[in-house]
Design a protein around this ligand. Structure first.
Ligand SMILES: [Zn+2]
Length: 253
């Protein structure tokens, strides 16, 4: 069978709109990158996105793949998929071939899931298209259809040369690209760790960058004012001294 001719199965039940609003646990979704549309949304944690990018950029001569790990949660707006980890898979054997998941790769992925992520699920897969853009090929659709065919399972494509991402979700049995959100990482205790760190160890945020700019602005203004006051002080002193009879030649007059 030529994978290029593969058509997706068009099972209408494969649709993100079928995901129940109260799926998974309640979890607040905060610190996200963009405005949120109503309805099921895909969210990836910043550190996971960076790790997937690093894996994809480790070899841009061939396609690289792996699986995405996480859970479905919901809040008062909608259910959402949170990608919380990744497990690296294989590289394609050559530039001419596409990535696939071999039986051995699946075995090792399953083992890692049991050991490291017993409370999480395989929520999709990722692979790279070095230099040829974000889309799903016939082989990619075949993989999505056969291995990631639950309504909330996604396909993530990353072009490590153009540095563009795309995530594909199920719409009436077809994989369609949808915008995703990035969640900034929380600390290991699950709350905002910045509040606990001393000033010099806090990650830079928009606010502290602005503070830094304000600090340097105040500092420069202070130095300029101090210099002017000193200069005027010396000038008036010299003027006074010359007036009361000291023979001082003023540098400016
Ligand atoms: Zn592909």
């Amino acid at each position: 069978m030529d994978p290029k001719t593969v058509e997706q199965s068009h099972r209408p039940e494969l649709d993100i709109s079928r995901i129940a609003p109260d799926s998974g646990q309640v979890r607040l979704l905060r610190r996200i990158s963009n405005a949120r549309e109503p309805g099921f949304v895909v969210v990836i944690q910043r550190s996971v996105l960076q790790a997937v990018h690093a894996h994809g950029e480790s070899d841009t001569s061939v396609e690289i793949c792996g699986v995405l790990v996480g859970n479905v949660y919901h809040d008062r707006i909608s259910p959402y998929l949170l990608i919380e980890a990744h497990i690296p898979g294989d590289k394609a054997t050559s530039q001419q071939t596409q990535v696939t998941f071999t039986a051995e790769t699946w075995d090792s992925i399953q083992k890692e899931m049991e050991q490291k992520y017993p409370d999480k699920k395989i929520v999709g897969w990722y692979h790279t298209h070095p230099g040829f853009g974000v889309f799903l090929s016939g082989m990619d659709l075949f993989i999505q259809d056969n291995f990631f065919n639950l309504p909330w399972q996604v396909a993530w494509v990353y072009d490590p040369i153009a540095r563009i991402d795309g995530v594909f979700v199920w719409h009436e049995g077809k994989s369609e690209k949808q915008d995703f959100l990035i969640e900034e990482d929380l600390g290991e205790w699950g709350y905002d760790f910045r509040a606990k760190l001393p000033d010099d160890q806090r990650p830079t945020t928009v606010e502290t960058r602005r503070d830094k700019r304000m600090r340097s602005f105040r500092w420069i203004t202070g130095v300029v004012l101090a210099f002017m006051i000193c200069f005027l002080g010396v000038w008036f002193l010299l003027r006074y001294l010359s007036e009361i009879g000291f023979r001082v030649r003023l540098p400016i007059e």
